[in-house]
Design a protein around this ligand. Structure first.
Ligand SMILES: Nc1nc2c(ncn2[C@@H]2O[C@H](COP(=O)(O)OP(=O)(O)OP(=O)(O)O)[C@@H](O)[C@H]2O)c(=O)[nH]1
Ligand SMILES: [Mg+2]
Length: 529
């Protein structure tokens, strides 16, 4: 993600040279205090509060009623691969467990949050989110980011609080269980497959693979398709070969520098436990105008597997997990998409539209008629805001706000309340200034990971550097229309996590972050009233 061959600034409306200079700051154990200016309050993107129907009124009554019986809220955390789900959950939970000062999380700010602790989760069949292992990584010496996760997982944290609500006080309700469910956003994008048969999906996938941004990556798969005949006898090796080439194409367009988002089937990139099964071994085929195919043909074989995928993978996920969520945060690596250029941004927008469509409530949504989702709040968060100087945080907010508004308009979205904000679950950088050619530049300071590069400089992970990441354009429309104003120069450096601070009490200090408290307030603040 870091190559910046021309040593130019990232995402700069007024290009200036990206620089890296040795930091004079102290090393180990430093808590990386934020500068005053970095702590300045940054305005929220306006919440798009949508007209809520009678259903929502009943839902709220229902929430209150269910609160009285089993005070718990199921919080879905999703986002495409590497968007920051694991880091978000680990930091959120640790911030709650360690009694972090969270000025915008109302219950904590007013001292009403009295205790937080982990509890066994209620769902025995879902793997537990491995909080302790991720904490061990983040507090190692030197600290490292947790490994990529591939499956759904879940964690329950219990919050004890002093309620303000008269009835809760009266009946002695002082505890709320938060069931956090981490699942790949790729799985959500599978929803539209339920209304597509194999032929229609094949046509759509093939048309998508022929657009300029994807064509090159699809070359080997396209040529294998040209050599195969959908009407010949279905053969396992051929199915495997086509499926492998199709998966390789999906993986390539998912990675930098393409960073494209709308790729189905979701499990082809995030297989979970099903890797290698026939339900995951198929590929779109070109029917070449043929009306029907004989039983036993390659086409029929692939069609059967596609339908098995829908039946055994897509439906159970939505029924057993998605339909049970109350609140949802969708994490997006907007900076990576901006780096990827216009096609990546367009695809992120499409992915957000598709994801919103799954959250849409109302009688005419396919989904609500099947599984009646009950999500009533959605937060879209642009992660890794610490890759930018704070002067660009509100710009990132604004870009995400525009992307969200566009996605809502396209999805004809009506349903849960939606909020958008830029966050960093763990702040890996602090802010500083560096002088270059008489000009003072606002920099971020941190330890670039080993192997990261800016221009010809390659970092080895052991030294702190002040880096000028460039500015996001003031006008979000410009950023979205022309994300790579400087062609191939928009690359961010990945930093290692900050040094952990062990408190005299024997626990680690809360991770520094950007606006985690606002995200928490937007997601569950009302449930702690
Ligand atoms: N600087 C910074 N980097 C972050 C932050 N959150 C995530 N990252 C980076 O993004 C990478 C991916 O984060 P994860 O939390 O593992 O993302 P994920 O969505 O769980 O990824 P998968 O498990 O692969 O789907 C990390 O290894 C970090 O390099 C953050 O708050 N700040
Ligand atoms: Mg993960």
């Amino acid at each position: 993600m870091t190559r910046n061959p021309k040593n130019k600034p990232a995402l700069s409306s007024a290009p200036r040279a990206a620089i890296a200079c040795r930091s004079s700051g102290t090393r180990k154990g430093t808590a990386f205090p934020l500068s005053r200016s970095a702590e300045r309050n940054i305005e929220n993107v306006p919440i798009s509060t949508l007209t809520r129907g009678t259903v929502d009124v009943f839902r709220n009554v229902g929430h209150f009623a269910s609160d009285l019986v089993e005070p718990s809220v199921r919080l879905g955390v999703t986002g495409l691969a590497r968007s920051g789900k694991t880091v978000f959950i680990t930091s959120l939970v640790h911030n709650l467990l360690s009694g972090s000062r969270m000025p915008f999380f109302e219950a904590a700010a007013h001292g009403r949050l009295t205790r937080a602790y982990l509890e066994p989760q209620p769902d025995d069949q879902v793997p537990r989110f491995d909080f302790e292992r991720h904490m061990a990584d983040l507090t190692a010496d030197p600290p490292r980011w947790p490994e990529s996760t591939r499956r759904i997982s879940q964690l329950r944290i219990a919050l004890e609080y002093e309620p303000r609500n008269f009835w809760k006080k009266r009946f002695g309700y002082r505890r709320l269980n938060i069931d956090i469910v981490d699942y790949p956003g790729e799985w959500l994008l599978d929803l539209p497959l339920l209304s597509l048969d194999y032929r229609a999906w094949s046509e759509q996938a093939l048309a998508q693979s022929r657009v300029p941004a994807r064509k090159q990556a699809a070359k080997a798969w396209h040529s294998a398709l040209r050599e195969s005949d959908a009407s010949t006898l279905g053969d396992e090796l051929q199915a495997q070969r086509l499926s492998d080439l199709f998966k390789a194409y999906l993986r390539e367009v998912r990675a930098d520098p393409y960073a494209l988002s709308t790729l189905t089937p979701g499990r082809f990139l995030m297989p979970g436990d099903l890797e290698g099964s026939p339900a995951l071994t198929f590929s779109p085929l070109d029917s070449q105008g043929e009306e029907s195919f004989a039983k036993g043909s390659l086409f029929a074989m692939m069609e059967r597997r596609y339908e098995a995928y829908k039946r055994h993978v897509v439906k159970p996920f939505f029924r057993d997990h998605f339909a049970r969520l109350d609140r949802q945060i969708v994490l997006a690596d907007v900076l990576a998409a901006l780096n990827g250029g216009r096609p990546a941004v367009a695809e992120l927008e499409t992915a957000m539209t598709d994801i919103l469509a799954t959250f849409r409530t109302g009688a005419n949504s396919l989904w609500s008629s099947l599984f009646a989702p009950r999500i009533d709040r959605v937060v879209f968060a642009a992660t890794k805001a610490d890759h930018l100087h704070h002067s660009s945080h509100d710009r990132l907010d604004a870009i995400l706000g525009v992307l969200t508004e566009t996605a809502m308009a396209k999805a004809k979205y009506a349903g849960a309340e939606v909020k958008a904000l830029a966050i960093a679950a763990i702040r890996a950088t602090r802010e500083g200034r560096a002088k270059r050619n008489g000009e003072t530049l606002p920099c971020i300071v941190g330890y670039p990971l080993a192997g990261e590069t800016i221009g010809r400089r390659q970092f080895d992970g052991t030294e702190a550097f002040a880096i000028f990441p460039g500015d996001l354009p003031e006008d979000p429309a410009i950023a979205l229309k022309n994300p790579r104003a400087e062609a191939d120069d928009v690359r961010f450096v990945r930093f290692r996590p900050p040094d952990p601070v062990l408190l005299p009490s024997g626990i680690y200090a809360p991770f520094p972050n950007i606006r985690l408290d606002r995200a928490l307030q937007a997601l569950i603040g009302d449930r702690l009233a």
